[in-house]
Design a binder for this molecule. Sequence first.
Ligand code: R5P
Length: 295
Amino acid sequence: MIVIACSNGKVIGKKLAKHLKAGYSELFKELFPDGEVHLRFECHLREKTVILVQSLSPRPNEMLVELIFAIETAKELGASKVIVVAPYLCYARQDKRFHFGEVVSNRIVGKLLEVAGADEFYTVAAHLHRVDDISKLLTSIKGANVAIPEEMAAWVKKKFGANVVIVGPDVESHRVGRKVAELVGVKYDTFLKKRISGSRIKHTAIANVDARGKHAVIIDDIVSTGGTMLGAAKHLKKMGAKSVSALVVHLMTEAGGKKLLQGGFKFVACSNSIPSKYSVLDASKALAKAIKLNA
Ligand code: R5P
């Protein structure tokens, strides 16, 4: 078994190889002057189980093309099995035709991975709001959508002990936050969110959490512009929270983290699914566990 990190998979790839006691190599990549990618495997793949690791953000289009090329080529070079690990799965948010004529990208990405020849697929906290399971996106291959509640709960306990309330900024975020609150042993509820435009968000207050004098941690799958978090934080402050922090699986940009800190957040923490200076949670152990379970 060998783990091969594509250009955006090195952080988790190295850790995954250790957890799985597998070899490790990196896919050579350079860009041609016109922007096309030139890729090369630097080790033999014949009859090996190859684990390709590639986070599909930032630069999702480039990263996706690199991954699709790598899957197909690993098969051509004789890999007996190709396992794909994409700690962040891009294009999952467009899971419905919200407006006439729109592309529904989540299923297309699933199809591309299957057609390229992936035998198994693993990701972390995929944005599955209107699709209840990753198997609906990847119909012919097995895999898992891994969660990291233990890692998130450990962070909350370390930072705040028990003087904390955990909330979700919208109803769908309960998939990430509820289990964390259970592990920390505190009450949990979510706001109701209405997105007025790409960056304008309206929250309605929640009834079931008493934030007075407590540290509030808002847990979500993604921070992109930061609008969702900032909107929820405004309410929590009004509700008497001592401080507000953001804990997410995927922080799309460092600018998003900076915006939250400038907006008064005490801490911003995320996983290494998209590595940044805010990545304090490691998703590799959970991914390795899921891969071993399917072996
Ligand atoms: C939406 O449903 C997601 O779970 C996140 O709440 C959203 O993507 C965050 O985006 P932003 O930071 O731009 O508000």
